[in-house]
Write a protein that binds this ligand. Structure first.
Ligand code: 1CP
Length: 362
């Protein structure tokens, strides 16, 4: 493995492990993106997947939000849909619509068409290169987060062919073709494990798994078609790293909408459980404490549409509810393109200010 500059700010890593911090670390999902004029400037010259596939461009847009705000983490610029691409599916990023698959999976026979065992360093090596370059360019300023989509969320895009309000086509598969669905989820899990191990080896210091469509499943279906694979990912990534004499990096799972799953996720090998904005921090905290887990979240992203004063007030309240220890402050989901950078900055500053006060009093 490469050697990287010494860390100047490791608040994120300490909070992920539940260790003592002087203030709560903060970052934002989708902190690189269209709400930043400098990102739109890059995107006016290069299409979305060209940015992902060009390490210098991916590194540049990863660093952009850190030049404006006192964030405690960078997240590598990429997308969860690079995995379906690595399996041989075409994905287009359509302006105003988001990701579109011209040829989605229609029946289980279509699974045969996938390249189920891709050479990860060949197909996704550009992500690893972007991570290594960004770690160098960060100069130890803050830790770098790597990520992947979770199997069910990726499967649902591969079948729907785009985002959806009902996910009826992919949920049809779960009830009508349960065995074939599990085969697909298992193919995805194997690829995700290799991909995340590769990211850690390339220099990612924390790995987040996005189960963005978790909340479309009821608890029983979630347990069989999501949790089972999420659990395998954390455990296998850590085992692989240990077997290569690499200290496992902390891992975060974000299962949006899966209220019922906080306790079962706390029983897995993830270190941090991400909460969306509809989940109750105090309830989650009492569950997480039983299993020595940290929490991430959970200001309603829409709160950033309010005034800077109201953002500071809501943030202070949330920081108090999480209690300062084992907390990584974040939004309950990603930034929207029409948000003002100054309002995200108000959130970042309020997390630091209010958590420092809270921790000093403890
Ligand atoms: O034209 C553009 O610039 C497109 C906007 C955009 C951006 C900035 C997309 C398309 N993806 C991204 C980057 C991205 N995606 C990052 C890295 C940047 C960062 O966080 O700072 C990450 C972590 C993702 C992850 C991602 N992509 C998720 C999981 C998180 C979540 O939002 O739940 C999902 C579901 C996607 C799919 C996707 N990619 C892009 C869009 C608009 C979407 C969502 C589409 C939908 O509505 O279903």
């Amino acid at each position: 493995m490469e050697s990287f500059p010494a860390m100047k700010n490791d608040l994120l890593l300490r909070a992920a492990r539940g260790e003592k911090v002087e203030k709560v670390p903060v970052w934002a999902m989708r902190q690189a993106g269209r709400y930043l004029p400098e990102f739109r400037e890059v995107r006016s010259k290069h299409d979305f997947f060209t940015v992902c596939r060009t390490p210098e461009l991916a590194c540049e847009v990863t660093l952009q939000p850190l030049r404006r705000m006192d964030l405690d983490a960078a997240i590598i610029f990429s997308d969860i849909l690079v995995i379906p691409q690595a399996l041989g599916m075409e994905v287009q990023m359509v302006p105003g619509k988001g990701p579109v698959f011209p040829n989605p999976l229609v029946t289980p026979d279509d699974i045969q068409k996938l390249n189920a065992t891709p050479d990860i360093s060949k197909e996704l090596g550009y992500v690893f290169e972007a991570i290594t370059l960004t770690r160098q360019k960060l100069e130890g300023k803050v830790p770098l987060i790597g990520f992947s989509g979770a199997p069910w969320t990726l499967m649902s895009y591969m079948i729907e062919g785009s985002g959806s309000t009902t996910f009826s086509k992919s949920r049809f598969w779960l009830y009508r073709y349960p065995e074939e669905s599990k085969k697909l989820l298992s193919i995805l899990t194997d690829v995700i494990v290799k991909y995340l191990v590769g990211q850690a080896k390339a220099g990612a210091q924390l790995l987040q798994v996005f189960e963005s469509h978790g909340g479309f499943l009821d608890e029983t279906i979630f347990n069989d078609f999501s949790l089972f694979y999420l659990r395998r990912i954390a455990s296998e990534v850590k085992q692989h790293l240990i077997s290569e004499d690499i200290t496992p990096v902390p891992m975060t799972v974000f299962a949006k909408g899966a209220h019922y799953a906080v306790e079962s996720l706390a029983q897995t090998e993830y270190d941090v459980i991400g909460l969306d904005w509809t989940m109750d921090p105090e309830k989650a905290r009492s569950t997480a404490q039983k299993y020595n887990k940290s929490l991430q979240g959970n200001l309603d992203p829409a709160a950033l549409y309010g005034s800077c004063e109201s953002i500071a007030q809501r943030t202070t309240e949330i920081v108090r509810k999480f209690g300062g220890k084992g907390h990584i402050a974040n939004l309950g989901h990603g930034m929207h393109p029409d948000m003002e950078p100054e309002h995200l900055n108000a959130f970042v500053e309020a997390v630091h200010r209010s958590s420092e006060e809270l921790i000093q009093k403890q």
